[in-house]
Design a protein around this ligand. Structure first.
Ligand code: SF4
Ligand code: SF4
Length: 564
């Protein structure tokens, strides 16, 4: 049965620029001198480092264990020596810096022991944990952990495999589908079984006829309830909500996910990685990346995760006139501030941009409220309203107008006659909101810490007072035993008890160390004391004037004062 197609609202037609990089087979990228593997593969969460400098690692060995639910396991893409663990900038619009494991390859490509995983014999949680530990994440750009998207294993009826690859210039999924269709569909079968879905729909834009043919040929060999569907080429048909709408007719409302409507969506690259993990025991350590734009050898390369972008750029041969590099596509990608940034699991394309290919935008003008942006928005938003709120830093209102449903597709900015870089405003507003949320979370944490410290100090004070009271009681008891008069103290007042005990102690010490009754002293001692008293009286006769000036000073004291 051929799936009925639906249309999504908005969207734009762009020049696809696909043929520049899709005419040659996927080539393996050589190992660079150093691999820089970020322990954080997305801005969401990171991994805890498992290795240390000087350690030798094997290809596929785990070097980072996911932190929290959204962290990603990280593995050595080749065998070699860990030479450094240090912060490096990562591929993110915010210029985020993240700890990275730097590996110097030994060139031997020695694997850890790995074997297919018998997923049919394992319980479902064990299969999900296996995928988590192999570092499987969404390879369409979001890098969201796949085992979380697989959910509880029920409540899904449709699996959507996303082969639309709608953004101009990018062709890595196209080439993957042409060359590895059987492996992708094997992964799709695994994903469908794990979801508990009853059907699989693979959506591919109709500007990729070779990929559609290859996938249909591979699907013909299966007995799966699986359909390869050619969808109209319209940017952004590859957006998750848009592709679900086109293939199933389900309109997912603001703030909701496909999973809430029984549909889950995975990229073709993710399905391929799931196949490699389950049927070959391989963690996700490399990916296919498109190198295109103003380069001599555009094409698709399978490169180890952690390859610095400069090494990839050198492979493609940048041409004179290149003035910047874009990671991702021209609509949703970011301009790279630094070519030492390494490839991560979600990096699908590097474009060498020149003014000839990407002319600088004309100057920004005032919004004329023409509404073109709203008509082009596939997320049913009012971009000009969001723009005003972001500009005025009225972030509460921006959120009220569903800012976080913006997929940053760039359709609004593309059609804006005033050339307003709308997406930049939306990214700014989102990052400000996130920063404020982080600050507020940090303030809550600080308050909790302060309150806990106060509680701890109070508790310590009480414990100390109780200890002192016990000690005071003990002292009183001892004094009472020794015949000394025990001071009266309120038994339940620890401070009073303490003071009374201290006074009693001092009294007892005075009585024993400095007896006032000189008659008790020996006659020799009494004579010595009398002699000392007489000498003292002669040297310092008693005076009526008791001011400080009358007190005699030693020479040393006087000299000391003068020298100041
Ligand atoms: S398209 Fe541009 S000028 Fe027109 S309403 Fe939107 S932001 Fe304003
Ligand atoms: S960038 Fe956001 S607001 Fe603009 S068209 Fe895309 S989804 Fe709509």
């Amino acid at each position: 049965m051929t799936a009925r197609l639906f249309s999504f609202r908005g969207g734009i037609k762009t020049d696809s620029h696909k043929t520049e990089s899709s005419t040659t087979p996927i080539a393996p990228a050589p190992l660079p001198q150093r691999l820089v593997i970020p322990l954080r593969q997305s801005a969401r969460a990171g991994a805890r480092c498992l290795v240390e400098p000087g350690q030798h690692v094997l290809k596929g060995e785990q070097i980072g264990v996911p932190e929290g639910n959204l962290g990603t396991a990280v593995h050595a893409p080749t065998s070699g020596t860990v030479v450094d663990i240090a912060p490096y900038p990562m591929a993110h619009a915010s210029g985020l810096v993240t700890p990275c494991v730097v590996i110097e390859p030994d060139g031997e490509e020695r694997w850890i022991e790995h074997a297919p995983f018998d997923y049919r014999a394992a319980a479902r949680p064990a299969v999900l944990a296996y995928l988590r530990d192999r570092g499987i994440v969404g390879m369409g750009g979001a890098s969201f952990p796949s085992h979380i998207k697989l959910g509880p294993g029920s409540g899904f009826d449709t699996l959507v495999i996303n082969g639309a690859e709608c953004e101009p210039w990018i062709t890595c999924d196209d080439c993957l589908m042409r060359e590895r269709a059987a492996a992708i569909l094997s992964g799709a079968t695994l994903l469908r079984e794990l979801l508990g879905a009853t059907r699989t729909l693979v959506g591919i834009e109709d500007n990729k006829p070779e990929a559609i043919a290859a996938m249909r040929a591979a699907a013909a060999a299966l007995t799966e309830p699986l359909e390869i569907v050619a969808v109209p080429t319209l940017y952004p048909a590859g957006g998750e909500k848009q592709l679900i709408r086109v293939l199933t007719g389900i309109e997912i409302p603001h703030g909701k996910l496909g999973a809430e409507f029984g549909v889950q969506c995975f990229n073709v690259g993710t399905a391929h990685a799931v196949h490699r993990a389950i049927h070959h025991g391989e963690p996700l350590i490399s990916r296919v990346v498109t190198l295109t734009g103003n380069v001599a050898h555009p094409g698709n390369y399978e490169a180890p995760i952690g390859t610095p972008i400069e090494a990839l750029v050198a492979l493609a041969g940048p041409q004179p006139g290149t003035d910047r590099y874009i990671l991702g596509g021209p609509m949703m990608g970011i301009s790279l501030p630094d070519l030492s940034i390494p490839l991560v699991k979600g990096s699908n394309c590097v474009i060498a941009a020149s003014p000839a290919l990407f002319p600088p935008p004309p100057p920004e003008l005032a919004c004329i409220r023409c509404g073109a942006c709203a008509r082009a928005c596939p997320a049913d938003l009012q971009p000009f309203e969001l723009y005003w709120f972001a500009r005025a830093k009225n972030f509460g209102k921006a959120q009220e107008y569903n800012l976080f449903d913006c997929i940053e597709c760039g359709c609004c900015a593309f059609v804006c006659p005033s050339h307003i870089p709308l997406v930049d405003y939306f990214r700014f507003a989102k990052s400000e909101i996130w920063a404020r949320e982080r600050e507020s979370a940090a303030a809550t944490q600080a308050r909790d810490r302060f309150e806990f410290r106060n509680y701890r100090q109070e508790r310590e004070k009480e414990e100390k007072a109780a200890k002192l009271a016990a000690k005071a009681a003990e002292t009183r008891a001892k004094l009472a035993e020794g015949g000394a008069a025990a001071p009266a103290a309120a038994p339940d007042d620890s401070k009073q008890a303490l003071i009374a005990a201290a006074l009693a102690r001092a009294k007892h010490q005075q009585a024993t160390a400095h007896p006032r009754n000189t008659e008790a002293l020996s006659p020799e001692t009494q004579a010595e004391i009398a002699e000392i008293e007489a000498r003292r009286r002669k040297a310092f006769p008693p005076q009526t004037d008791t001011t400080a000036s009358s007190v005699p000073q030693t020479e040393h004291q006087s000299a000391g004062e003068d020298s100041k």
